[in-house]
Design a protein around this ligand. Structure first.
Ligand code: 4AD
Ligand code: MG
Length: 480
């Protein structure tokens, strides 16, 4: 066989009369007495190439094994396609069967499978149109993130995955230990003696790369991390994973307004990039969502995917304070009619995603950035406002998703930061290096974290975060 050509390239550039070879997995095969039509996909594009086979020219036994899921190579000539949807098809001169897929056992049949079922066979779901599209989009977004920052002079920093500090102070961490769980060494007062553990202290998987990104920003000015983060919160929602990827820029000499500008610019850039480079896959996902929702009442339907992406591009994000948000929510019809699961009663409460979505979808009808949250519901590192009550935090809220970004201006004054650490009962010994940067050449600085899978939910229009990462980790689930 010749060197194979990828299907995307053949469908875009192939000329009638070209002789070439193609590899892929069979999506469907239709056969009549003399001719068989094989639809082949290699992951390079949503579209399949049709391979036409004169069944009398090939070994019957081999042909019979070419069924949905089988891997083959086909070599032949490109001819004009009479079928709809493609310009060319391949008339096979040679066929090689790499691996058969016994139809009695192969779980992926050419019909619509539920997303729940596909989660159980996540090792095979890449072979569906939906997960092929999501996989290509995920790659495009990863690439676009790096391009966005590179084009703006940011440096990518690898921050540690194993850490001895709790960046968010929420205590929802996975322990990293080599001690024998049945018989751990104990201290004199009967506690586990982590001095004898691998690192000589208690360590966990990181919940955020922010603290180390701050160290780098206070020398390199503009940096970002893009790494895996881990949270042991027991939330079984459609928007939470125990292992997810986070993009965290951190910029010296940036205040909260600069930070909001960067967040808005980045989100618009990424959405625009998807529309520009992944149109086929987006159109497919758009249609998928329409099909899924066609039996819903009009008011229960989401915005169409493409419309929703344009909604982000076309609107200036509304910037409001937490105090304003609470006023709007408190006086809303939904609140007065008792429609919120968590009624909005007083200043100080944490906002739930139902509140965030109300602000975006019903009230402002555009993406919203909320700033100046009560300090008691936010992390220790946020810059304290002079009112003594609020901090310079910011959350960016999107339709369907709610919070997509969380960030803040950071407390750069040593005394205030130290006091806050004490007040919150955080062990300052785990943060001496973080405090040190406030003693030497400290400057105002800001940053934020974009949850990559939240972005993917938005861009693909998928409803469950388990479907936008290849192998999701959630409570009671770490298969594959
Ligand atoms: O708001 P969070 O907790 O902020 C931080 O971790 C900061 N250290 C970021 C920073 O300022 N550098 O998380 C940031 C984002 C959220 O807005 C959300 O998009 C996503 O991370 N996120 C999750 N995504 C999936 N599953 C989870 N369990 C998530 N928790 C947070
Ligand atoms: Mg947050």
């Amino acid at each position: 066989m010749r060197q194979s050509v990828e299907i995307k390239k053949i469908l875009a550039e192939g000329k009638i009369g070209d002789t070439l070879s193609v590899n892929g997995w069979v999506r469907t095969k239709r056969a009549s007495k003399n001719v068989a039509f094989i639809n082949l996909n290699d992951g390079s594009t949503l579209h399949n190439i049709q391979v036409v086979v004169d069944v009398n020219k090939f070994d019957r036994e081999i042909l019979d094994q070419i069924t949905t899921g089988a891997a083959i190579a086909a070599e032949g000539e490109l001819v004009e396609s009479k079928g709809a949807g493609q310009n060319v098809e391949l008339v096979a001169g040679k066929i090689h069967l790499y691996g058969a897929a016994d139809p009695a056992k192969y779980p992926l049949q050419p019909k619509k499978h539920s997303l729940e079922f596909l989660r159980e066979i996540a090792h095979l779901r890449f072979r569906t149109n939906t997960f092929g599209a999501i996989t290509r989009l995920r790659h495009a977004m990863i690439f676009a993130v790096h391009k966005f920052f590179n084009d703006r002079g940011f440096y990518n920093i690898h921050t540690p995955i194993i850490t001895g500090s709790d960046a968010e102070g929420a205590g929802e961490m996975f322990r990293v230990s080599i001690l024998d769980p049945k018989n751990p060494p104990l201290t004199e007062d009967g506690k586990v003696n982590f001095r004898e553990d691998f690192f000589g202290k208690e360590t966990n998987l990181t919940v955020s790369g922010q603290l180390e990104a701050e160290l780098a920003a206070l020398a390199m000015t503009k940096v970002y991390t893009f790494g895996p983060t881990f949270r042991a919160e027991n939330s079984n929602t459609k928007r939470h994973l125990a292992e997810f990827w986070m993009i965290e820029p951190e910029v010296a000499f940036f205040d909260i307004d600069n930070n909001m500008d960067l967040a808005e610019e980045m989100l618009k850039y990424l959405v625009h990039y998807a529309l520009e480079h992944c149109r086929d896959d987006l159109d497919f996902l758009n249609k998928r969502l329409q099909d899924e929702e066609k039996n819903l009442k009009k008011e229960e339907r989401q915005m169409e995917l493409i419309e929703k992406l344009n909604f982000v591009l076309e609107n200036k994000f509304e910037r409001i304070t937490y105090t304003t948000a609470i006023e709007v929510l408190k006086n809303s019809k939904s609140n007065k009619k008792g429609k919120f699961h968590y009624p909005v009663k007083e200043w100080g409460m944490d906002l739930q995603s139902e509140h965030e979505r109300y602000l975006v979808e019903k009230h402002y009808k555009k993406p919203v950035i909320i700033t100046d949250y009560p300090r008691d519901i936010k992390a220790f590192y946020m810059k304290q406002n002079d009112d003594g009550k609020t901090v310079r935090g910011m959350d960016v809220l999107f339709p369907q998703i709610g919070e997509i970004i969380g960030g803040s201006q950071r407390e750069e004054e040593y005394d205030r930061l130290y006091a806050r650490i004490q007040e919150m009962g955080i062990d300052e010994k785990t943060l001496w290096w973080f405090l040190d940067t406030r003693r030497f050449g400290s400057v105002p600085h800001s940053g934020f974290g974009l949850g990559f899978e939240r972005l993917m939910l938005f861009v693909t229009g998928m409803g469950n975060i388990r479907d936008v990462i290849p192998f999701p980790r959630t409570p009671q689930n770490a298969e594959f």
